[in-house]
Design a binder for this molecule. Structure first.
Ligand SMILES: NC(=O)c1ccc[n+]([C@@H]2O[C@H](COP(=O)([O-])OP(=O)(O)OC[C@H]3O[C@@H](n4cnc5c(N)ncnc54)[C@H](OP(=O)(O)O)[C@@H]3O)[C@@H](O)[C@H]2O)c1
Length: 235
């Protein structure tokens, strides 16, 4: 078991539809948290809500090369870190043959390159018993037409996590790859390009967050899509 009551966890994408309930669930389990995203005012509002459980906030753009390292260094400098949860990400829709360069760059930088840099930065500071939970997606297991680049970025992340998990196991640092199905966070309504297809009702964000935090606490090593309840929000 990972004792969350004595943990300090950095949450990236903390103001997002998944990041915020993950941060709330971690705090409910007794953890202290540091919160990161780009928008400082949203970070301040969440920090106000979570009160004394917040160690620090870090406004960084994770697509920039120093971003992941800055988030880790600032949080770890404020109090030694036990773990990191990466719930920052973007999606894009549209035919693969029409993908433009800016969209491709943003998707790959945030959804694949930043998590790789994050593992590098976190591995340098996490203690034995520490953890890195990365939110990949169900499309890493089953690529979706109309989401080719997003599927590729997430499949790449999941592959990276599998290899890094084996390497870091020797140092007793756990890498947990998390692949949720579609979840009602509103992500699909703010793509960096294209328009979402008609999607079935997704999972409830708080239920997905609860499952992720339970997996962290229970020392689970992989969280595939099938590990999430298939009960849509509101049913
Ligand atoms: N929702 C789903 O159906 C679903 C399903 C499976 C997996 N996922 C994955 O779960 C993760 C979270 O998704 P979500 O639904 O919670 O999305 P969301 O509500 O849009 O939240 C995204 C978070 O990432 C931050 N962010 C965006 N661009 C950033 C950047 N360049 N640098 C730093 N932070 C950045 C956002 O804050 P700022 O804009 O202020 O930076 C926000 O906190 C993503 O990786 C997504 O692929 C989502």
């Amino acid at each position: 078991m990972t004792d969350l009551a004595s943990a300090h966890v950095l949450v990236l994408g903390a103001t997002g539809g998944l990041g915020a309930p993950i941060a709330r669930r971690l705090v409910a389990a007794g953890a202290r948290v540091s919160l990161s995203a780009r928008d400082g005012s949203k970070l301040a509002a969440l920090a106000d809500e979570l009160g004394d459980s917040v160690v620090t906030t870090v406004a960084v753009d994770l697509t920039l090369p120093p971003g992941p390292g800055q988030a880790v260094e600032t949080a770890h400098g404020a109090a030694p870190l036990t773990g990191v949860v990466n719930a920052a990400g973007v999606v894009a829709f549209g035919p693969a043959a029409e993908l433009d360069d800016d969209t491709l760059d943003e998707l790959l930088l945030l959804d694949l390159v930043a998590p790789v840099r994050l593992v590098r930065a976190a591995a340098a500071v996490l203690p034995e018993g520490g953890f890195i939970a990365q939110v990949s997606a169900v499309v890493a297991e089953k690529a979706m037409p109309g989401m080719a680049a997003y599927s590729a970025a997430k499949a790449g992340l999941t592959a990276f996590d599998a290899a890094a998990a084996t390497e870091l196991r020797r140092r007793k640092v756990r890498v947990l790859d998390v692949r949720p199905p579609h979840t009602e966070t509103g992500l699909a309504t703010r793509p960096v390009a294209g328009e979402a297809p008609r999607l079935p009702r997704g999972l409830a964000p708080d239920a997905v967050a609860a499952r992720i935090v339970a997996a962290i606490a229970d020392d689970e090593r992989d969280l595939p899509a099938e590990a999430f309840s298939d009960r849509p929000e509101g049913s």
